[in-house]
Design a protein around this ligand. Sequence first.
Ligand code: PMP
Length: 448
Amino acid sequence: MKTSHIRTPLPGPRAQALIARDAEVISPSYPRDYPFAMSHGRGTEVWDVDGNRFLDFAAGIAVCATGHAHPRVVEVVRQAAGEFLHISSDYWHEQMVGLGERLARLAPMRTLAGEAAMSFLCQSGTEAVEGAIKLARYVTRRPRFIGFLGGFHGRSMGSLSFTSSKYTQQLGFAPTMPGVTHVPYPDPYRPLFAGADQGQAVLDYIGLLFERSVPAAEVAAILVEPIQGEGGYIVPPDGFLAGLRALCDRHGILLIFDEVQSGVGRTGRMFACEHWGVAPDILTSAKGLGSGLPIGAVVAKKSIMAQWKRGAHGNTYGGNPIACAAANATLDLVEGGFAENAATVGAHFMDRLGELARRYPCIGEVRGRGLMIGLELIGTDGSRKPARALCDAVITRAFHNGLLLLSCGASTVRFMPPLNTSVAEVDEAVELLDASLEEALVGSHDPA
Ligand code: PMP
């Protein structure tokens, strides 16, 4: 039984008018998939400008960690805004120091490896990655990096050099930063290498690179997502991150975990790397960190971050008091139960999606951790061929049924609702997804 709350054909008249105005004045480069024009939101529910209700399982691309307009976050933001809007990172204030203290306490280098951590604050995931690679170069004075095919790390020239979840992200922008070598990410569902252990195969491949073309002594860092996000919500095999850690330690290479998407409770732990007990030297965070306020952080071992000399790296807005206040409230909520909720509700969600997978042969795999879940759509010929058109159709049908979703990878529907989403909301979303799959399959356009 379908429980859609859509009252008008979409987009409704107000959405149409807003979208027409936008088309005249806003860059067409944004990759927008369907015409949702937001009015307001509460928790996991959002309403469009025509009064239609949707369940938001995209959460601003995994940003609205505490749901829309969480009262505690709104309260601290209001309070901070009433005190001062900005002072610049040239000065000191309580919200910024408080966030540094929280990040130092929660950082996996402390919780997993007992090492002190320091943070550099910025406004986005891109800038956090940019800061992390600059820090790695600065402390090692080495020119090269290893990144992963399918990785997404941002679109500024430095971060873009690592981004490779779609070739179109780099198309038209070459030359990017030199010195970045991409290697395959271990994908147990679509294995690239012979043998059962794709993680070990990738480690061996990097070892071969070091022997033949990329001198390990010139590599500053390996930059990796502990669970690959835009590339397809791919969970690496056990042992892979530990293998990378060992490889880095052997060659004096820094290990950077990009937890912009997977961090801050998203996978049911504060940071995804905790699932495998492996600590990085440098970690990037953003997205969920500010519940929607623009904030990012480079969190590094103190022994590394402390090497940055005064003036080596900086910005105007780092440590903005309102963004920091939102991040402090967000981390308190995530630590105080939302990460745990993501783990339990996520497990229920995976079970429900598993039920769908048994009914629909076009669902190849359900994978993820916590509330970072991917549903892989495949051809019906029994192969694991990606079903891109079906994936697009499911997402469009879901929108028309009142469920906001996004895709990733080759043909993966991804689910990243707020961390405080309830079991009832997951059940409602599964019903809407079920109806959307049925409708999309009727008009499926993938070549056999
Ligand atoms: N790293 C990862 C893993 C990401 O998923 C993203 C955004 N999708 C970024 C970096 C870039 O973050 P932002 O869009 O905040 O600049």
